[in-house]
Design a protein around this ligand. Structure first.
Ligand SMILES: [Zn+2]
Length: 1141
């Protein structure tokens, strides 16, 4: 990536430009190799100088920043000349400079330069603190200091084009886009004008405090290929809509691969260096030969390659040869396109259709600790730093490991060889077929080869070199199952549980899918640094340690459940996703939704006593209802052409895809019945094995299964029914009037005043499923069985299998509430939870009143089951968040205290005065609720209990008396009621924790303290990777924001350092949007809304990446909160006051 920053002075007439060249490798450690140069206009040395930097990039895989400072004292040119010189220079020397920041104001030079560098995302600290960085920044500072400082120009004229400069904050750069903008910037209009350096295009973004000046320019390559310079000298001042002018001209400017070449197989050899080189860099080298066939005539080879330094063969980046009789055309030239991650080969003649060729590359890449592609993970064992080379290819990182056709439909067979240090073990997707000692380049090595993979997608590849050890078992069909982890973890038996459940879960799926496991081995490996929870690489599944390792003494029931469900989720993908793969990322929801649904089936098979299938209500259905009820939601399914760039792809990994996908597939399975669903699934998997599909292929096979099942009838095709759920966003609320039997439905919106601007071809008239398979096909319907009177009640959506909410007439609500208070067990556990959740949300949407919702919690003093309690606490949590800074909080607390007290006493009895563990799986969870809520509301005996446990632990750190199930709650409460002594003890225990889940509990609990200075100190720790691991930074900030004292501190912290956080921590898609969600959760005042909007505005130039949607949602939610608090505060205060006495 190349970014340019121009700091300039329009006051004088600049003649000389100082070029500062920075580049940074990992953002942790900046290295400045070359910094200062003085060149005059149109000096050829400019390119040489810049090219020098570019070569360094390729050597060091860095992001390159050019900082151009204009020295006004010697200048002769005006500002426009300056822009021209600058753009010409970039144009002449580069293809890939896409962004240019112009910094106008020079008022506080020292600070600005710091900000420049911040804006360019190089450094975050102030210049004085960058002691280790050679003299270069200091020289840059003093050079800028010596300039005459200009006024900010308000208007810039280039030819006929006038650019109005907004009243820029001196610290905010004006961004100039030098590449055609993304096609999704719908509000951009162009004015084009020939001003002698190609075509200048001015774009104004409607909302913007930014003016984007886009410069489209003809590429030399096009000329070389004999294409006319279309429009390059045409001038027009007519505004042209973006859609017509921004279509990329060249195949390599598109993000998608052309359809002319298809890979067949690869031979890939990789050699990761687990020791740094002389420059302190961790590298890997490798070579790859890909056999591909030509299916459409072309004289171009376009293949993905990103951040790889490719070796030169006679001036080209690759070698091409023909396979069999085919003769390879000569290569005319090769080049890299940084923006679209392509290596392009222009051939002198066309490839022959039907012929196959071999493309050979040699490359070097950085084994960075960026958690992307082939990367480096570090951990300490017995005081010794260890390095692991591991990988994460999904979605677009295989191209960062070796040149490849990196799209899911480009399946191929991979023959993998890994060179690695003796004493380490190499793993990949296939079983190891041989290992041999060798000496390469004078280095004694071990060479491991692997069996060829099945035909598979690049995003499922995995390569790992470590000194991990394993435990293993063999299934009856000779399937080898292994669990890999750090030696210590394995020796402590932490892999045993995973090994015990992996086999049964695989067997379950073989039966469920009616298809044998397609590979000869199943490896699961626990990694110290891992961005996602786990990744379903085919045959070599990678996990965070907390998602795989279970310590029978130290881990809680919740840890165990997570391990079971994550393994079940990943193994479900071995067939659904890996064997049969969706064509493109727009259908990600089907892949992830499916695995998120059947993980409950797999886990239930492994742990039948847990009733885990019920928990989908809490973990997915209710969770996604909250998001999908917003006007900013989006449909599950997107059109293929809407998802192109890596950023768009990574945005697909969201709650809607996972949890709504799971919820609607569960609904589908329930109304088709599980045997029919499984039958359709099996025929789908068998038909498309080793191939690719689109989501409608699954509907076809399910429809076929319906057809082949005697007596099975559904009122519409699977297509028609499911389209209503996948092509329109949101879900309905079904209203049943038991006085008349009428049933109506409408789109449920949490904020009834919100406006849905996303069109739906169905106008949100969804086809819902109703109780006992009553099909609701229209917006309104009547059903005689729904008409009841007297004591009779109606409860719809039994088993909560439908993806919708239910409302009733008031009489029926009253009857349901009275049933709850007299005999709540007449309703199933999940229906009790559903009544609470529906009522609270209907009240939020102003469909019923708030006190009706609150009344659903009155029976809780008799409730002992977990799921209804959890549902209530999550809903009441909203009241706590909205009111814990107001006078309502006192009454709310007394009410909760009254309701929780019986549960607390119940568990005290069940556990024989807290000495035993409750037997039921979910009872163990509810005990945690009881203690947590009892302590926070001040139930007698709770705080004393917690304090004494924690005190005992502090006195003898090696024998912790707190049961693992209760640790999170106890630690949090103890720290909330404790001071620095308790905190520092927790920190010491955190640093010494050998079990990841124990570290996680402590990390979360340390955010519970009420002392602002401890919270601020902790916030500082989050951005120091020696204190808090990079993968944990954003979640730690979120924990702090969860605390009423920590929230404003975290918000200030994040605002002040957004560009740094974004650059360094913005990659994990979930964690990053969670950060924004977490911090803004409590926002409920006009002032906070304004702050949020200003935050968005101020950071448009930095961007929000995968948090973009979350930020929009935060603004929407804050507005809704403001309204809700205004309307409800008085009623709520009154109700809690009355009910708490
Ligand atoms: Zn998944």
């Amino acid at each position: 990536m190349i970014k340019a920053i121009l700091i300039f002075n329009n006051h004088g007439k600049p003649r000389l430009i100082r070029f500062y060249q920075y580049f940074a490798e990992d953002m942790q450690q900046q290295i400045i190799r070359e910094t200062f140069h003085l060149v005059s206009k149109r000096d050829d040395n400019v390119c040489n100088f810049l090219e020098g930097g570019r070569r360094l990039i390729y050597r060091h895989y860095a992001t390159l920043y050019f900082v151009f400072c204009v020295d006004s004292s010697e200048s002769e040119l005006g500002i426009l000349d300056l822009i021209q010189v600058f753009v010409e220079t970039l144009d002449k020397c580069f293809e890939n400079v896409c962004e240019l920041d112009l910094i106008f104001h020079m008022d506080k030079v020292h600070y600005i330069l710091q900000e420049v560098v911040m804006g360019g995302m190089v450094l975050e600290t102030n210049m004085n603190e960058i002691g280790g960085l050679s003299a270069a920044p200091a020289r840059a500072v003093s050079a800028v200091k010596n300039m005459n400082l200009p006024e900010i120009p308000r208007n810039i004229n280039i030819g006929d084009i006038n650019i109005k400069v907004p009243s820029l904050s001196p610290l905010r750069p004006l961004r100039v886009l030098l590449c055609p903008p993304e096609s999704d910037m719908g509000k951009v209009y162009y004015v084009s004008k020939n001003v002698g350096l190609g075509m200048l295009v001015l774009a104004t973004i409607a909302l913007a405090t930014i003016i984007a000046l886009s410069i489209a320019y003809d590429k030399e390559r096009a000329k070389n290929r004999g294409k006319p310079e279309n429009g390059a000298t045409d001038s027009t001042s007519t505004p042209t809509p973006l859609t017509t002018s921004s279509t990329p001209k060249e195949p390599w400017d598109h993000y998608r691969l052309p359809d002319s070449l298809v890979p067949v197989s690869y031979n890939v050899t990789l050699w990761p260096r687990l020791e740094p080189d002389a420059d302190g860099m961790y590298l890997f080298t490798g070579y790859s030969a890909v056999i591909f066939s030509c299916v459409k005539e072309t004289d171009l080879i376009i293949i993905h390659s990103n951040k790889l330094n490719l070796s030169n063969f006679e001036g080209h980046h690759a070698k091409l040869s023909g396979l069999g009789d085919a003769t390879a055309p000569n290569i005319q030239k090769t080049w890299l396109v940084v923006k679209t991650h392509f290596l392009v080969l222009q051939l002198r003649s066309a490839l022959a259709v039907g012929a196959s060729y071999v493309l050979y590359t040699e490359f070097q890449g950085e084994l960075a600790d960026d958690l992307e592609g082939f990367y480096r993970s570090e951990y300490t064992e017995d005081g010794v730093k260890k390095v692991v080379a591991t990988s994460q290819m999904q979605a677009t990182y295989a191209r960062k490991t070796f040149p490849c056709f990196d799209e899911p439909a480009m399946k191929a067979v991979f023959n993998v060889t890994i060179f690695h240090d003796r004493g380490t073990v190499a793993l990949s997707n296939g079983r190891e077929t041989g290992t041999a000692d060798s000496v390469i380049d004078g280095v004694p090595l071990r060479v491991t080869t692997f069996e060829p993979t099945e035909r598979m997608s690049t995003y499922l590849l995995a390569f790992i070199v470590s000194d991990f050890v394993k435990i293993q078992s063999t299934q009856n069909n000779n399937l080898m199952i292994r669990i890999w982890a750090r030696r210590k973890a394995i020796e402590e038996g932490q892999g045993d549980y995973a090994l015990n459940v992996t086999g049964p879960i695989l067997q379950f799926y073989e039966h469920y899918y009616n298809a044998t496991y397609p590979l000869s081995k199943s490896d699961q490996i626990a990694l110290p640094d891992f961005n996602a929870g786990a990744m379903e690489n085919w045959g070599l599944v990678t996990y965070r340690e907390t998602a795989l390792l279970y310590d029978p003494i130290m881990s809680s029931t919740g840890n165990k459940e997570r391990i079971t469900t994550v393994i079940a989720h990943e193994l479900a993908h071995m067939w659904f996703g890996n064997l049969v793969t969706l064509q493109w990322w727009n259908d990600l929801w089907l892949n992830e939704g499916f695995a998120s649904y059947v993980e409950y089936l797999g886990a239930d098979y492994a742990e039948p006593t847990w009733n885990i299938k019920d928990q989908i209500i809490l973990s997915d259905v209710h969770k996604v209802f909250a998001v999908d009820a917003l006007a900013s939601s989006h449909p599950l399914s997107r059109r293929e052409e809407e998802v192109n760039t890596p950023a768009q792809i990574s945005e697909m990994f969201n709650t809607i895809s996972y949890s709504k996908g799971a919820a609607v597939l569960r609904m589908l399975s329930e109304f088709l019945t599980e045997p029919v669903f499984a039958k359709g699934l099996s025929s789908y998997l068998n038909t498309f094995a080793f191939g690719n599909t689109v989501y409608t292929d699954l509907w076809d096979h399910l429809q076929q299964a319906v057809k082949n099942t005697p007596g099975m009838h559904i009122p519409h095709t699977v297509h028609n029914i499911m389209n209503r759920w996948t092509l329109q966003m949101g879900f309905p609320v079904v209203t049943i009037d038991t006085r008349t039997g009428s049933i109506t439905q409408k789109h449920f919106l949490l904020d009834p005043d919100s406006v849905v601007d996303r069109p739906s071809q169905f106008k949100y008239e969804s086809t819902g499923v109703e109780q006992q398979q009553h099909w609701l096909l229209q917006k309104t319907d009547a059903h005689i069985q729904m008409r009841v009177s007297g004591e009779d009640w109606v409860l719809a959506n039994t088993n909560v299998s439908g993806y919708f909410r239910v409302n009733y007439d008031l009489d029926n609500w009253d009857r349901l509430l009275s049933l709850l208070s007299t005999n709540h067990q007449a309703l199933s556990i999940i229906n009790r939870a559903q009544i609470i959740d529906d009522a609270f949300n209907l009240a939020r949407a102003k469909i019923i009143n708030t006190t009706l919702a609150l009344r659903t919690t009155k029976y809780l003093s008799k409730e002992r089951d977990y799921i209804p309690w959890e549902s209530a606490l999550r809903n009441l949590d909203y009241y706590i968040l909205m009111f814990d800074r107001t006078e309502v909080y006192g009454a709310l607390q007394s009410y909760l205290k009254k309701q929780i007290q019986p549960l607390f006493e119940y568990f005290k009895t069940v556990t024989a005065n807290w000495t035993k563990v409750p037997t039921g799986h979910t009872d163990q969870y509810n005990q945690i609720n009881a203690i947590g809520m009892a302590c926070s509301t001040g139930v007698d005996g709770c705080r004393e209990l917690i304090k004494s446990w924690y005190r005992q632990w502090m006195e003898s750190p090696h024998s912790n008396p707190i049961h693992p199930n209760l640790k999170s709650t106890v630690y949090c409460s103890a720290l909330a009621f404790g001071g620095v002594e308790e905190w520092d003890f927790a920190w010491r225990m955190f640093k010494n924790a050998t079990l990841a889940s124990e570290a996680l509990r402590l990390r979360s609990a340390m955010a519970c303290t009420k002392a602002p200075w401890l919270l601020n100190r902790y916030l500082e720790y989050t951005l120091d990777p020696t204190k808090i691991r990079k993968q944990d930074a954003t979640s730690t900030i979120q924990y702090i924001a969860r605390n009423v004292v920590g929230m404003p501190l975290a918000w200030n912290f994040v605002r002040a350092r957004w560009s740094y956080i974004f650059q360094h921590y913005g990659r994990g898609s979930f964690s990053f949007s969670n950060l924004v969600n977490g911090i803004t959760k409590r926002f409920s005042t006009e002032f906070e809304l304004q702050e949020l909007k200003k935050f968005k505005e101020d950071n448009l130039h930095v961007g929000f990446g995968s948090a973009t949607l979350a930020l929009e949602q935060a603004i929407e939610k804050t507005s809704a909160n403001i309204k809700w608090v205004t309307e409800n505060k008085a009623h709520v205060l009154k109700w809690f006051t009355e009910e708490s006495t």
